[in-house]
Design a protein around this ligand. Structure first.
Ligand SMILES: [Fe+2]
Length: 291
């Protein structure tokens, strides 16, 4: 092999400069990145002008980011990389609830509410009662499990996207299970919404003929001492976007039927007005591995 850079040996020439990298994992990552990037360029053979456009796109992606907006995560999400990473790092095992993307709208430090609390603080949307149970892989209820819940309001926007329009912590709440592992809370039926399209990722979606919609969902992080946390959503069965989520987050086991309940007595029991929606979902956690 020539010591000098040629088209044929381009990747190997660059990789040979990594020999003195002291961190073996970092070296592996860099070698792979160089190998795949060179293969990509050889396959596509971009013109100089096309490469400049690519650099401009990546520059704009970085410039779109601030403490409220993370365009790089959106790029990773819309290219399916976030979901791949999530799947690799949380391979389903022993009947544990499947994971999906965290997304950019989680807020830490939201307060714990009484079971049954209504997280809808702006009065928009259709009332809905969500309930179920948190159990271990053997079906034994977990006491003291914390469910951290968030979703958009009836207009399909998160509170952090509309800080001047929505009450603080609108559509967010935490709930702690008792000895029976059961939980329930009041909310509104989730609605579909678009990921932000006013930046470079929106232009990429548009240019590739893709839509930006996410099927309606409710986010959950379920934690319990001694158990692996689960970061997931539940999705509404029958949602028109269920098969084409812009960020590839849907898993079959997370699709839940939302049923319309007309009974006034049941509505009174739940503290809502009929008709209202109901959804049930049980979470299964596995114990933290000690090995
Ligand atoms: Fe979401």
């Amino acid at each position: 092999m020539s010591r000098y850079f040629t088209e044929e040996n381009s990747a190997e020439t660059v990789i040979s400069r990594l020999e003195s990298c002291p961190d073996p994992r970092f070296r592996q990552v860099m070698e792979s990145a160089v190998r795949h990037l060179h293969a990509f360029v050889k396959e596509v053979e971009p013109s100089i002008e096309e490469w400049r456009q690519a650099i401009d796109f990546l520059t704009a992606t970085g410039q779109m980011c601030d403490d409220r907006r993370q365009e790089w995560i959106l790029l990773s999400d819309t290219l399916g990389v976030s979901m791949l990473l999530e799947t690799i790092n949380h391979r389903a095992r022993d009947g544990r609830t499947e994971a999906t993307v965290l997304g950019p709208f989680h807020v830490a430090g939201v307060g714990v509410e009484e079971m049954g609390f209504d997280i809808c603080r702006d009065g928009k949307g259709e009332p809905c009662v969500v309930s179920g149970r948190v159990a271990d892989a053997g079906g034994r209820p977990i006491e003291g499990a914390v469910l951290d819940v968030w979703q958009t309001n009836g207009d399909g926007r998160y509170d952090v996207q509309q800080p001047d329009e929505q009450p603080e912590n609108n559509m967010r709440g935490k709930f702690v299970t008792g000895a029976d592992g059961r939980y329930w809370f009041r909310t509104t039926k989730p609605v579909s919404y678009p990921v932000p399209t006013d930046g470079p990722v929106g232009r990429m979606l548009d240019a590739t003929g893709r839509h930006a919609r996410r099927p309606a969902h409710i986010h959950f992080i379920v934690t319990a001492e001694g158990f692996e946390p689960v970061v997931t959503h539940i999705f509404v069965r029958g949602d028109p976007w269920i098969d084409s989520d812009a960020v590839f987050g849907v898993k079959e086991s997370l699709i839940v039927p939302f049923e319309l309940e007309e009974d006034a007595g049941r509505a009174r029991e739940a503290g809502v007005h009929a008709p209202f929606w109901t959804a049930e979902f049980d979470f299964a956690l596995v114990e933290t591995s000690t090995g």
